[in-house]
Ligand binder design. Structure first.
Ligand code: ADP
Ligand code: MG
Length: 702
């Protein structure tokens, strides 16, 4: 019997109630699940502090060696408290229990020495510990974790209350006793040797009970390797399967729509990079394989045009195309731009968003079902059940990073045969990382901006410079330019943020009075029709100033706008700041980005604002962002959007392991594509285990 699969409730010290809690709070059901619940850090239990050493700077958990000098009860009923007075050569402290008093009181003997372990706090200047762990000297000396490193496990409040500081550790010890010596290794010997990996059994042992820092490192390395290898085996197998199926729509010809547009409608020559990417897409879609392509290009690099020309290619081959944008505003804008560009051509474009009125909705739905509409543009309303395409052949997803990832995938379940997919983003991610995040993808890059763009000048001011800022805005407006003023909108402080925004709007309206100035406002709490009207005013130049939340972050295109003022800029992340800045600098005139912030800034916020002032290069900023935010934070953010559930590997930080596993997976699959060899049974299991979340994967949906 495979002990790793046995129910957690049978582990000593767990039982029904705790098992239910472990499942509910942490999703732990089996012994294997528990062993996959890795410590997130380790504390050194060989270090014994003296009372006088404990100050504000001490670690959050410490161990003391103390003698009990007395005990006391206080309170009654549920407020009952049991205090144990202790001391060492340097001072005195109190240990306090509010629960389990009966149990602890039997174990504490005045005059005896104990090791106590817990979270120090100060109460009226006195060192105090609530519910510490208590060990007699004999227990301490016979303790198993010889290296002294003890894991601290990720927990929840309810788990901590039920299990205490030591409980989780104790249960892992008990679980280990059941499986030790019986943990199979999925990797063939040859791979373990080639990549210098310790046995999986030893990796589990050392991740929970590190025998030395070096063994801990090796354990982490091995477990990361397994995870990423599992992912790579999936990604690569699927890619092979996709290419073998050859069930993609074949776009064999370039026809009237593409050619007429190219020869007669194109408002400017394409950049070399745009041409190259269109060529890549043409080649991909002609092969008979389904295309899965990620297009990365900095803000303003002209991705929309590439999307449009690809969609025309689909139309020329008798297929419909659709384009999904993350916001209403952006969808409307794409619809307007594309309708204008295609004006006079026999290509019908429709729009569908959550805010579409009955007539617009009917036209879109009917036109799409009958095949009369060639290109449908919209928000995630496009993936509603009701939307039925006659023959969808090409899907564009714009500004991908803004989508909740689940939303994406549903789109192409609509066809028996999967359409070609083009995902566009201005947030660059390394290719290998993109594959871990989104599964099996090809990547194209637009690495060139349209000619004649002047680099945007970016400045950082504090509130003290507001008068100067207003003066500058006046000067730009006098030259016929337009200005964005953007306020942060963070979910947690939404009410405050809206207040800041409306206060700001009022102040600006006062300082820039009618009839000389028109200030428009646009935010998420407005009715869609009002938002649209504000955007229209600004786009058509009727309003010189647009006060908005970061809804305008992506995609909005008003080339006459030359100033982007970002209020409370310290509250935005780097990639958001860069996106916002990308709203200006779209015409030939010099553009400016003004970052407004308070006087007091964290070191990180200052670094972000400085980076913005230094460079316009989105790829460089993305790299810096990774560094500044630290891999942990990014991993947390990305994790939710990842196609694969990883417990220990961090694809941003563990790039090296990622690269090695990619190479290893390729070699394994080249020799044994189906992983059918007996020696590869473990690998087959690994691939199954990391097969990922279906709804997040491009290639498996068809
Ligand atoms: P993004 O890649 O950020 O989506 P857009 O597609 O919105 O960028 O394009 C930004 C601006 O550049 C638009 O005003 C667009 O008309 C213009 N543009 C796109 N391609 C070219 C080109 N080849 N030459 C000049 N301007 C271009
Ligand atoms: Mg865009």
């Amino acid at each position: 019997m495979d002990n790793l699969k046995s129910d957690i409730k049978y582990v000593a010290g767990v039982g029904e109630a705790r098992a239910r809690l472990l499942d509910k709070e942490l999703g732990i059901r089996t012994v294997g699940d528990l062993l996959d619940h890795f410590p997130f850090r380790y504390i050194d239990r060989t270090r014994v502090y003296r009372i006088a050493e404990i100050t504000d700077e001490a670690p959050t958990l410490v161990q003391l060696r103390v003698r009990v000098t007395g005990t006391a009860y206080a309170g009654t009923g549920r407020k009952r408290r049991f205090t144990v007075f202790v001391q060492d050569a340097t001072g005195q402290a109190e240990l306090v229990w509010f629960q389990g008093i009966k149990w602890i009181e039997k174990r504490v003997e005045v005059g005896r020495e104990y090791l106590v372990f817990g979270r120090p706090s100060f109460y009226r200047g006195q060192l105090s510990m609530a519910h510490p762990e208590l060990e007699t000297m004999e227990q301490y000396l016979s303790r198993r974790a010889e290296s002294g490193m003890q894991g601290i496990y990720p927990s929840t409040e309810r788990i901590s209350t039920m299990f205490g500081t030591k409980g989780m550790y104790q249960i892992v010890c008990n679980a280990w006793a059941l499986v030790r010596g019986h943990i199979p290794d999925p990797l063939p010997e040859e791979i373990r040797t080639r990549y210098g990996l310790i046995a999986r059994h030893d990796a589990y042992y050392n991740i929970h009970f590190p025998q030395s820092p070096e063994l801990l490192r090796q354990a982490q390395y091995r477990l990361k390797f397994d995870e990423l290898l599992g992912v790579q085996l999936n990604v690569q197998s699927r890619r092979t399967a996709r290419l073998a199926k050859a069930d993609g729509f074949r776009f064999t010809r370039v026809g009237d729509a593409f050619n007429t547009f190219y020869n007669e409608k194109l408002p400017f020559p394409l950049t070399g990079a745009q041409k190259r990417v269109i060529r890549e897409i043409r080649q991909d879609t002609a092969t008979g394989y389904q295309m899965n392509r990620l297009l990365q290009g900095d803000v303003g690099s002209g991705k929309t045009l590439v999307a449009l020309m690809s969609m025309l290619l689909a139309v020329d081959n008798g297929f419909q195309a659709c384009m999904m944008a993350p916001t209403e505003i952006l969808a409307r804008q794409h619809f307007a731009t594309i309708s204008r560009l295609l004006d006079g051509m026999p290509v019908r474009v429709a729009i569908l968003t959550g805010a579409s009125k009955a007539r617009e909705r009917r036209e879109a739905l009917e036109g799409i079902a009958s095949g009369e509409v060639h290109i449908l543009i919209g928000t995630h309303a496009l993936i509603e059940e009701r939307v039925r395409f006659a023959n969808l052949g090409f899907v564009v997803i714009d500004e991908q990073h803004r989508f909740g990832v689940e939303q994406r995938a549903r789109l192409w379940t609509k066809n028996e045969q999967p359409p070609h997919i083009l995902v566009m983003t201005a947030t660059p991610i390394p290719r290998t990382l993109a594959m871990t995040l989104y599964g099996d993808l090809d990547v194209s890059v637009i690495d060139e901006l349209p000619p004649g763009r002047r680099p945007i000048r970016t400045y950082h001011y504090t509130d003290a410079a507001r008068l100067k800022l207003f003066g500058f805005m006046r000067q730009q407006i006098a030259q016929g330019r337009q200005v964005y003023v953007v306020y942060p909108l963070i979910k947690e402080s939404e009410a405050m943020d809206y207040k800041d925004l409306t206060d700001g709007y009022e102040a600006i309206s006062r300082d820039f009075p009618l009839p000389d100035y028109v200030t428009a406002i646009c935010h998420g709490r407005m009715k869609p029709a009002d938002k649209e009207e504000s955007m229209r005013q600004f786009k058509e130049g009727e309003a010189q100033i647009l006060v908005a939340t970061s809804v305008i972050e992506v995609g909005v295109d008003v080339p006459n706008a030359t100033v982007m003022v970002i209020e409370s800029a310290e509250r935005f992340g780097l990639s958001q700041l860069h996106q916002l800045r990308g709203r200006v600098g779209r015409g030939a005139a010099q553009s400016y980005c003004i970052l407004m912030s308070g006087e007091k800034l964290s070191r990180e916020a200052r670094a972000r604002l400085e980076a913005m002032c230094e460079t316009n290069d989105g790829f460089r900023l993305a790299e810096l962002d990774l560094k500044l935010r630290g891999a942990g934070d990014i991993n947390g953010t990305l994790q939710s959007g990842m196609a694969f559930d990883l417990k220990i590997a961090n694809p941003t930080a563990d790039v090296q392991v990622l690269t090695l596993t990619r190479e290893a997976a390729a070699a394994i699959l080249a020799a044994d594509p189906a992983l059918a060899q007996p020696a590869h049974e473990g690998l087959r299991e690994l691939r199954r285990r990391y097969s990922g979340r279906e709804e997040l994967d491009f290639s498996r949906i068809s």
